[in-house]
Design a protein around this ligand. Sequence first.
Ligand code: C2O
Ligand code: CU
Ligand code: CU
Length: 478
Amino acid sequence: MNDDFHYIVSRRGFLIAATGAAVSASLRPARASTVDERRIRVAPSQARLSGPGGPQTAVWAYDRTVPGPALRLRQGEPIRITVENELDEDTTVHWHGIRLPNAMDGVPGLTQKPIKPGENFVYEFTPPDAGTFWYHPHANSLVQLGRGLAGALIVEEAEPVAVDRDLLWLLQDWRLAADGQIAGGFGSMMDASMSGRLGNAVTINGAAQAALGVRAGERVRLRLANAALARMMALRFEGHRPVVVAIDGQPCEPHDPEGGRLVLAPAMRIDIVLDMQGDPGSRHAVIDDFYDGLAYALTSLAYDTAPPLRAHSLDEPLALPRNPLPTPVLANAVRQEIVLQGGMMGGGKLAGVGGMMGMGMPGMNGAPAWAINGMSMTGDGHAGMTPQFTLERGASCHLTMRNESAWWHPMHVHGFSLSVLSRNGSPAPHRQWQDTVLMAPKDTIECAFVADNPGDWMLHCHVADHQMAGLMTVFRVT
Ligand code: C2O
Ligand code: CU
Ligand code: CU
């Protein structure tokens, strides 16, 4: 554990040095195009994670690129995506956050047969909600996601917010060995029972990025998506004031993030609007400081020397149109409770911090390290998973989630978006709907949703190690 810890720190140092270099790489802007029919190939490939000219890392990729192609769909328009598996092992694709028919949800054993090597599967759905979503495998998830399989899925609003540019940062966290290749040892008990497999190199759209070139006075919509296995992030834009306009693809009341930090757990997305208020020629760091003592510069905003695009910030409204989510009726809602249990005692944000060396660790000898309501469901999904509870179609569900463990968990529900009601008794302030809710140690969260979509649906922690080791369950809508 200590080795890992120092390793991360030293690699961090390397990363900071790399991103501090005076190289100006402009980040890939999201481009608009209509996609009705797509094919995606899943295959081994190579990627230059430290940027152009850097060493090649063997990865697994959608359409040979890391991350996979950003799919741009239209709200309410059907899409057909054929996934071809050219890996040596089974895979599936899960369309994270999209409310779709259960058979298209991509959970092996539960909603479909896994896609065998050389075979393909046709996914067909009509995205009901506009927003920022993503896709990833739901088979051997820890390894497949950890080797690079992830991509953004953007469903465009009929009327987007007025901005000068619409950008995407898909963030990935890689554990690289000294030779620049992805380190083995996926699923170690140490990772599984603590903070999960944290990496040592964070990339934006597939590469370390020294800077995002910006123009004074412009207004940017930035879609942030955390596709890391385990790394929580808390982003600060020095000298800037991001306004949060959507969380997990669902519009919320536009608001300043608490303390100016955007907390982005694995699988979460946050859309911000950023007015470029810096001076021409100036440079401002974007800092991730989630883990105490391990802050680093993710990238920076590098202003060109052109005069400001406009004298004053745009005065356009920032609120996005609401998606057609059914409103839960709390008065007669069915109450369910989910209790998260397990993990190493002591806890903390990071393995190696907090002085819990030498404490007892549950889950040794290959036993599951985590449980929900006393039951461990391990892996990615398989046939014969017994639902934790059953809801009648159309019922409102008031779901309480209690984290009894000493660790952080981004809890994710498939097929639905949750109206977040309260955290530790305080009402949630921004009318947010989320498919992934970050729970701090000992947190209690209340949320609600309408069970309008029949099928067996997953509910799990999105720290891949935790999911694999038992922090997963299934519920049924009849
Ligand atoms: Cu994005 Cu079951 O997960
Ligand atoms: Cu999901
Ligand atoms: Cu977890």
